[in-house]
Design a protein around this ligand. Sequence first.
Ligand code: DGL
Length: 261
Amino acid sequence: MDNRPIGVYDSGIGGLTVFSKLYNKLPKENFIYFGDTANIPYGTKSKQELLDITHRIMNFFANQNVKAVVMACNTTSAVTYDSLKNDYDFKIYPLIQTACQKIAELKIKKIGTLSTEATALSHAYKNNIQKFNPSIDVIEHGCPKKWVEMVENSTQNLLENKEIIKENIDILLKENVEKIILGCTHYPYLKEALIEITKEDIFIDPSEFFANFIANEVKITMPSEQKLYDAKFFVSFEPKKFKESSSLFYKVSKEPTLIKF
Ligand code: DGL
C-alpha cells in the first residue's frame, strides 16, 4: 500500500481530460494537478525549453513526494520523455508511448493525428504506432497554437475559430484517413465544433486508453489504502482563469494555488 500522491500535469486545462478519467477510475488515490499556465503554449517551444520546463515540473512533484507522475501532455511526452525517463525515482507515465500500444491494434490502414507543431515534428505518433504495427500509415498534422488558445479562452464556438478548426481537419480528411487521433489533451474540448465537421466516431481520444492503462497498473503495483484529501490544484499563472475554463471535464471547486519555480 502506498498513500503517496500521483502528480498529473499539462500546460493548462488540457490535462484535465486525462485527470478526470483517472480521478473516477482510482477513487482511493491522492492526486496533485499542475497546470503550467505561465508557459503555455508548449507546442511552439524548442526541445531545450521543454526539457527545462519538464525538469522543473518533475522537481516540483519530487518535493511533493509523489509515487508517480502522469504526463497528461502529448508535447512533453513526445519531446522530453525519452531524455529524462531515468532521472527520477518515481514512475513516469508518458501519454503517447502508452496509448500507441493500443492504437496500433486498430484494424485500419491509414490514421491521422492532430497535435501541436512540436508533437507533429517529433513524429512520436508515427514512430510509436509503427513500432507496434508497421502496416498502419500515419499522417501527422501540426495545428496552429490558436487551437490551444481557443480552449483556454473558451472561444472555440466563435464562427472564425470554427473555420480554423475546419481548415485543419479538412487537410486530414482529404488524405482519406479512417480515424483521427486528438493528439493534444486540449482538443477533446473542441468536440462540439469537431462533430459539426465530420462524424463523431472518426475521432480517437487517446486519454481513454492512457487512463485505463495507468488505472490498472496503479491498482496492481502501488495502490493507495485510502484517500487522504481531495485533489490539490496548482498553476503557475492566472488561477482564476484556470478555474473558470476548467468545467467541461472536471469542475475545479476552488481557485488553484499559484506557484512559481
Ligand atoms: N495539451 C498539451 C498537449 O497535449 C500542450 C498544448 C500546448 O501547450 O501547446 O500537447
